[in-house]
Design a protein around this ligand. Structure first.
Ligand SMILES: NC(=O)c1ccc[n+]([C@@H]2O[C@H](COP(=O)([O-])OP(=O)(O)OC[C@H]3O[C@@H](n4cnc5c(N)ncnc54)[C@H](OP(=O)(O)O)[C@@H]3O)[C@@H](O)[C@H]2O)c1
Length: 296
């Protein structure tokens, strides 16, 4: 049977989707409230590593949906209860290089690690996910009945040996950075250009109906602008790793990656309040040209 460990924004909804499709699923989480909530919806609850593994029965699939920084410690916590032949799925956004190393180490102990990059965000709970998998093919095939239920029709695939699923997901996320940055910059020009007070929400709504740039991300822009009644939100953009790993990999393989790299650096820039680089450029202009400092 399949069990999901990590019932955050992703894991909770994935378990919910399996339940909606009449699939049995065992659930476990660091904090117990999410387990209680899913138990009320029909999931098999568990409150310890041992109980979780016991309730999975003979053919165990342990699907982890946790931040990549915690995967090693989470696997370590399960280790005492695992037996040869068990399948661990890392459904989070882990670095494919770490995945390759982990899979090799686990293989020595008779355990199989399958990497599944999951896309779709929180809205996929209703519409279905997209999943990109890598690792031992025989083990992957055991996952397919569950993956089918969680994903959109044709929204899943197997890409080869260990790490390939996380690699494909990493590139997917890098593209996401670039596309989001392009939309962000377009909105900036609309906002600051010659026509004052353009209604950005109305523009995204119009664009989402028939235009070439209509898309899921444009729909998210439209719904976000509606929800927040504009852009009265902080402009700080976080990142969780995939963008920078993609840039590092592109450099390693001499692949031009200009748009997505620029999008990553734009996120870094968004976090600087009064940046050293801006100050130094301003300082030089003043030194060589006497242009003055600060806004005129
Ligand atoms: N959010 C997205 O749109 C999205 C999309 C695709 C993939 N992902 C990936 O999916 C994974 C989960 O993301 P999420 O958005 O669901 O994260 P989340 O909402 O922050 O939930 C994280 C989950 O991991 C558990 N957890 C955190 N630290 C832990 C630790 N040290 N030991 C044990 N459990 C721990 C949390 O338990 P508690 O409930 O006890 O805190 C929670 O269940 C990540 O790898 C993320 O990159 C996210």
């Amino acid at each position: 049977m399949l069990g999901i460990y990590g019932l955050g924004r992703m894991g909770f909804n994935m378990a919910q989707r399996l339940l909606d499709k009449k699939e049995k699923v065992v659930v476990f989480n660091r904090s117990k409230e999410k387990v209680d909530q899913l138990a009320k919806k029909g999931a098999v609850p568990s409150y310890s590593h041992e109980e979780f593994i016991k309730k999975l029965g003979r053919d165990k699939i342990i699907w982890l949906m946790v931040p990549h920084q915690t995967v090693d410690s989470v696997i370590k916590d399960f280790k005492p209860y695992l037996t040869k032949g068990d399948i661990i799925v890392d459904g989070g956004n882990s670095n494919f290089n770490s995945t390759i190393k982990r899979a090799k180490a686990l293989e020595k102990e008779g355990l199989t690690l399958i990497d599944v990059g999951v896309s779709g965000g929180i809205v996929a709970a209703k519409e279905g996910y997209c999943m990109m998998s890598g690792g031992d093919e025989k083990a992957y095939k055991k996952l397919v009945p569950y993956i089918k239920k969680m994903c959109q029709k044709d929204g899943y695939g197997y890409f080869g040996k260990s790490g390939s699923g996380h690699f494909v997901k990493m590139v997917h996320n890098a593209i996401e950075y670039g596309m989001m940055e392009a939309i962000g910059e377009g909105m900036e020009l609309l906002d600051k250009g010659p026509y004052k007070n353009l209604d950005l929400h109305q523009i995204t709504k119009v664009w989402n109906n028939g235009s070439i740039v209509r898309s899921f991300l444009m729909e998210m822009t439209e719904s976000g602008l509606e929800k927040h009644k504009g852009l009265k939100i902080p402009g700080y953009i976080a990142d969780s790793g995939e963008g920078r790993w993609a840039v590092e990999t592109a450099m390693q393989y001499n692949v031009p990656f200009t748009v997505n790299t620029q999008a990553l650096f734009s996120r870094y820039r968004s976090r600087l309040k009064d940046s050293t680089s801006n100050k130094v450029v301003a300082l030089m202009r003043d030194e060589f040209g006497g242009h003055g400092l600060g806004k005129k």
